[in-house]
Design a protein around this ligand. Structure first.
Ligand code: NAP
Length: 332
């Protein structure tokens, strides 16, 4: 059943028709790597299709301070590398490729990748994560990469001694605003209410930071600029008053949407597009499991995603073992 991958090129290994992978993991964030580690340690030789964002959203976080085992915090990208190294040490096979199509209608499941490779799988762990929500205001798309950003870790450096605004009032907005104060001259957090959604620790830190100001009950209605961001148009949602504020950068952190489009019509989801699973991480298709932010609108932490990934892989391995046993009985 197992492939001897060492003698094959990657594509040959992935295409090997009559030898479906026991476990294929889609995604390389904390959930994906934890699933890969657990499946590898169960000797299921998992294949990880990393997706385009190696390490997922966590890899874009400058410092992760709430992942147990790192009392001084750990860089998001560094933690991703450690996760990958650990999964590979036990035999996970990693491909920088993405699932473009899936067929979960019968086993083995079929996954066709962006590179046109057809992968067969006895079980699948979906750990495709989530992506930032857009404001959907004029100028946002046009000025993305020219002052509009969804990642302070990636783009903060470009705003050295500049003026930036951060949109949102959740943990992400505050965490990223605090990070941006390393570079920016000033950071204005624009929030649509007068109360923050973020947790108490981040609220105290942000409020104590002399570079951070808050603009309450306000929404951004337009990002202004041609070659680069020059200003944001604002509306006070209480008074209706409109105004314009000059800024060099607009960092948007207003939540995330799950990356589950690919599975629509094949797996049951809630109205937000999050994949529905039972307590054992199984989706509506037996043998297909989901973990991390693709299936979790509530906790969305590195530690919870990793835990879900581990649980999903344990169940995937159990599922395969049970099916192998059934097949053996039939053959007798
Ligand atoms: P979030 O908690 O959903 O917060 C989104 C924020 O954006 C809210 O303040 C919301 O306003 C605002 N918002 C939503 N749509 C908007 C719109 N169209 N225009 C203007 N504002 C809008 O999202 P998140 O901050 O990305 O956090 C997601 C999850 O990750 C949470 O569970 C969070 O705890 C977790 N997280 C944790 C940490 C940490 O523990 N260090 C760090 C980052 C994220 P309202 O408040 O009015 O709804």
């Amino acid at each position: 059943m197992d492939l001897n991958l060492s003698s094959l090129t990657n594509n040959e290994a992935m295409e090997k028709e009559h030898h479906p992978y026991k476990v294929v993991v889609l995604g390389s964030g904390p959930a994906g790597w934890a699933a890969a580690l657990y499946a590898a340690r169960a000797e299921a030789n998992p294949l990880v299709l990393t997706g385009l964002e190696l390490g997922g959203q966590a890899a874009l976080t400058y410092t992760i301070e709430n992942y147990p085992g790192f009392p001084d915090g750990v860089g998001g990208a560094q933690l991703g590398e450690l996760f990958q190294k650990q999964a590979e040490r036990f035999g996970a096979h990693v491909e920088f490729d993405r699932a473009a199509e899936v067929d979960f209608s019968k086993r083995p499941f079929v996954i066709t990748t962006d590179n046109g490779i057809e992968v067969k799988a006895e079980s699948v762990v979906i750990a495709t994560g989530a992506s930032p929500v857009h404001l959907n205001v004029p100028g946002e798309v046009e000025l993305t990469g020219r002052g509009v950003s969804y990642c302070a870790t990636c783009d903060g450096w470009f705003f050295k001694d500049k003026k930036v605004v951060v949109v949102g009032g959740g943990d992400s907005a505050l965490e990223e605003a605090i990070f941006l104060t390393r570079y920016a001259k000033s950071v204005t957090i624009i929030h649509r209410r007068d109360q923050l959604r973020a947790g108490a620790i981040l609220q105290s830190r942000a409020k104590a930071n002399p570079k951070i100001e808050f603009l309450w009950n306000t929404v951004v209605t337009e990002v202004v600029g041609s070659e680069a961001v020059k200003a944001v148009r604002l509306k006070n949602v209480v008074t209706g008053a409109e105004s314009q504020m000059e800024t060099d950068g607009v960092f948007i952190f207003i939540g995330h949407k799950p990356n589950t489009e690919l599975f629509k019509g094949q797996l049951e989801m809630d109205e937000g597009g999050y994949i529905l699973t039972d307590k054992r991480m199984q989706t509506s298709v037996p043998g297909v499991y989901a973990a991390g932010e693709a299936a979790d609108p509530v906790f969305r932490q590195v530690v919870t995603s990793a835990g879900m990934g581990a649980a999903a892989a344990m169940q995937a391995v159990k599922f395969i073992e049970e099916h192998e046993l059934e097949e053996m009985k039939k053959e007798r």
